[in-house]
Write a protein that binds this ligand. Sequence first.
Ligand code: 5AD
Ligand code: SF4
Length: 441
Amino acid sequence: MNNKYFIQTYGCQMNLHESEKLAGMLKQAGYVACETPEQAGIIIYVTCCIRENAEQKVYGHLGALKPYKMKNRDVIVAVGGCMTQQEGAAQKLHSTFPFVDIIFGTHNLCEFMSLLEKKRNQKKKVIEITEKWSESECIPMARNSYPNAWVNVIYGCNNFCTYCIVPYVRGREKSRKIADVVSEVKELIAQGYKEITLLGQNVNSYGNDILGEEGAGDFADLLDAICEQVKGDYRLRFMSNHPKDLTERLVMAMARNKNVCHLIHLPLQSGSNKVLKEMNRRYTREQYLEKVALIKKHMPDCAISTDVMVGFPGESESDYEDTLDIMQRVNFSAAFMFVYSPREGTPAAKRPDQIDAEISKARIMKMVALQNARTAEYSKTYEGKTIQILCEDYDKKRDLYMGRDEYGRMGYFTSDKNEIGNFVNIKVGKTNGISLYGEKI
Ligand code: 5AD
Ligand code: SF4
């Protein structure tokens, strides 16, 4: 039997982390990782459905796999992640790609080994998609993002923004206990990890669903507990935040705990009050700016990054201008900019006033150009400064090590020894767009 596995991940950090859990289970059972699907005996796709192009990528890659699977019938092909959890998706996958052996939902991840076993014992396809979230964390995990480690703190989302599919495929909010998160972080730091990123669709709702239970608390309590109980030279990051739920308590907890990086990812989505209302974001542009002011009050150096969208149904030119206006006022350190993509089953997808693709394209192009110019200008202010970066990667082709500073800026430098996992001070020389190039000092 070919005991090699290949996992292809699409989408966000949450999915990358789920792939680490799958890899952990497979490794424990004696399987080994390989580089390409064509070497593997088990091929797993961890999918994303946040925008249509994410789904198309999966369909394209699955289609390309067909000839290999036809020649190697023993190879097991499995599809999991967000796509499979959509209504009717498993059926659609089943009929479009009959050669797929296992289809599993977002709540069935930890059962993967038993699904594999089931498939080995039967001819027919295994489809396991449950609505119910299961408490268990799959352990061990095979982490592959050293020196960073992801730690889930809250699963699911209760917000139902009208454009978003996430609440339908990830279910309602489920927080882990403070003690469980703290002990995971403690173990990771003891193992030598240097940066912990706490993950949740909306970390600001952390704890709401377990309020009153013993050992529960909110996200500020969680940050305090981690920093009090886990000492050492490491960085603590988290994402994502929801502007409506970001509290002064949390901002103050960030400011007082030295391990917490001064970077907040605060998705704006739109700068127009009309669009924000129709998105069900439950804040106004004025309230968003108040949150920004709150952050700057307690941490004047704090970088703020964001997600924004163009082309939401009914978005007028002046709504769009309102978004550009906020982007200019806040001066985001980074912005992830998207064209709205209708997702079946969400309220916004049913609206008759969808925006013409050409209009959205023109809007996104202008937005990206403006943001890029702003980022490049901001990078220039780093010239001549010394920054501390945590080295996380090595680019063999360019012979450059890469790391990030506390604010998420990417810095590159050369060194004659392996620097991955080290905190390195570099003096910034030239800059290029978002990248800073420096000399190790
Ligand atoms: N179309 C485009 N972008 C979307 N996002 C979420 N749903 C959609 C959609 N239907 C974006 C939001 C979110 C980020 C993760 O993806 O900006 O913050
Ligand atoms: Fe989607 Fe809104 Fe939940 Fe974020 S907060 S995952 S955009 S529904």
